[in-house]
Design a protein around this ligand. Sequence first.
Ligand code: TUI
Length: 315
Amino acid sequence: MNSICEMLNIKYPIFQGAMAWIADADLAAAVSNAGGLGIIAAGNAPGDWLRSEIQKCKTLTDKPFGVNIMLLSPYADEVAKVVLEEKVKIVTTGAGSPAKYLKDWQESGMKVIPLVPSVALAKRMEKLGADAIVVEGTEAGGHIGELTTMVLVPQVVDAVKIPVIAAGGIGDGRGFAAALMLGAVGIQVATRFLVAKECNVHQNYKDKIIKAGDTDAVATGRSTGHPVRGLKNKMTREFLKLEKAGVDLLELEKKGSGALRAAAVEGDVINGSIMSGQIAGMITKEQTAQEIINDYLSELKTLINKSKDMIDFDV
Ligand code: TUI
């Protein structure tokens, strides 16, 4: 059996990536009910919000689900306690090292899966005792690293023994097949689930994703050290202009905060931050979480079945 499915007791090795302000109990439960791993994003939310989403998720699914803790959050300590108290079985982390929480979490039987954007961090997480890792290429949306999924996954697979889940740029079953070929045991998908029928993100946000083309997801903030990928709009154009002009970095960061909430919750897709991965151009319609997962699986199966015929030259 697939190592990550066995470890987490899930049917398919497809994680739903955390999306702050977006990935709530409704989306996580829908993905888990469809056989994947739904993940509630704690994002920048306080502990009581997370607690009620976890409790809601337990009423919506009897399947395993996870919580993602964004380590830059001012509420990180608080939500780290909530996942213990609510006996969440799987925690993923992003935007930092979960070192200070890892022991407490694992002593309570939780599986801990950090997200990393490099080989060095992957090795550090394995040494700390992480159960698996998600390696995220720069094709992903939101807070990103430098390396592409294509070059990062095989290098991390060679460097660690724990299971590797690939993330960033995996928009359909072709990406799923490629990730398995690179040595990953599973995939994490976020942007595609933005347009899930069960996803509560504002309709304006979904419409922007559906309309986006191949070059619409751009990275801002490379010069601040916290690059973030999202769809081009007035906000990204102004941000890039200020960045180019060498405006005070702190001022720039302030401009970024609150912008994701504006787009995701209020539907302000002009001044807000429409975080998105580079695969937005591949998304053409709203679907249920089950339909999205079924698409990945059927495309993967078709490809694997015809993979021998793809080598129509001598090797
Ligand atoms: O975390 C993400 N993506 C995110 S988080 C987010 S919310 C946000 N809010 C305000 C400001 C910025 C973001 C939106 N998207 N992806 C996983 C990820 N983790 N990418 C990079 C890392 C990472 C970076 C540094 C992981 C570990 C790390 O370690 C540094 C260290 O040594 O402590």
